[in-house]
Design a protein around this ligand. Structure first.
Ligand SMILES: CC(C)(COP(=O)(O)OP(=O)(O)OC[C@H]1O[C@@H](n2cnc3c(N)ncnc32)[C@H](O)[C@@H]1OP(=O)(O)O)[C@@H](O)C(=O)NCCC(=O)NCCS
Length: 211
């Protein structure tokens, strides 16, 4: 029944086993980003929080990282680590909390999974996490040419609040700063609740393990 369906996707906090897939998604979505993000460091960053979008029931095979020399020395069986089946990740979003602002530092969906609501699901997750952390607004920088991302943020009530000329090193493109209305304000709460309801009616409910 419409509005009662369940999406085969779940949002949950990123963990150490997700790093390889998240790094691969970053390379696909932001091929000119250099240096790449150290997600190992990000997992220890107290002001950062990441969510991954899991495709439930789909798995990929990964080779676990080799044990460190010290661990190999103490390990009784010195066998190479066997490949593992892990859940397929199809998107991720990262937030940094800075002086009351929740800054979306990255958001991406695997190319073959775009245009089916997953970017929106990740943005809903980001707004919900920022709200729970008592942040005042959600803000981000986006390339001036990135119409898809700007349309997504505009749908969630983000407006242009600034411009950083020639911000991106690869092509000197401007960054548009987009910011939400104050989280927790009656206006934004009503807008967000309406959008979330419309999202669930259209796409179904997704498990959100960070709540
Ligand atoms: C931006 C991105 C995350 C959107 O993810 P997505 O899963 O395709 O988006 P959704 O299907 O959830 O779309 C949600 C809304 O975003 C907007 N949108 C998404 N893709 C769009 C496109 N190609 N053109 C226009 N609007 C688009 C629409 O408003 C859409 O709402 P609608 O379905 O009611 O029209 C995805 O395109 C991506 O990973 N891009 C590469 C990485 C990137 O640019 N990240 C942003 C950095 S600031």
């Amino acid at each position: 029944m419409r509005g009662q369906s369940v999406m085969p996707y779940a949002l949950r906090p990123m963990g150490p086993h997700d790093i390889d897939q998240v790094a691969a998604m970053e390379r696909e979505a932001f091929p000119t980003l250099w240096p790449p993000t150290s997600y190992r460091r990000e997992l220890k960053n107290r002001v950062a929080e990441y969510l991954v979008c899991v495709h439930e029931g789909e798995f990929v095979t990964v080779t676990p990282p080799r044990r460190t020399r010290l661990l190999r020395l103490f390990s009784r069986r010195n066998k190479p680590t066997a490949p593992l089946q892990v859940p397929l990740l199809v998107g991720f979003v990262g937030l940094w909390y800075q002086a009351g602002d929740a800054h979306i530092v990255s958001i991406a969906v695997r190319e073959e999974y775009r245009r089916r609501g997953l970017g929106e699901l990740l943005l809903i997750g980001a707004v919900e996490m920022a709200t729970r952390r008592g942040q005042q607004v959600v803000t981000l920088e986006v390339r001036a040419s990135n119409d898809a991302a700007q349309a997504l943020y505009a749908k969630y009530g983000f407006t242009q609040t600034g411009l950083r000329p020639r911000y991106y090193a690869d092509n000197h493109e401007d960054a548009v700063i987009m910011t939400s209305d104050p989280l927790g304000s009656a206006e934004y709460d009503a807008l967000f609740a309406g959008l979330r309801k419309a999202f669930e009616e259209r796409h179904g409910e997704a498990t959100r393990e960070y709540l």
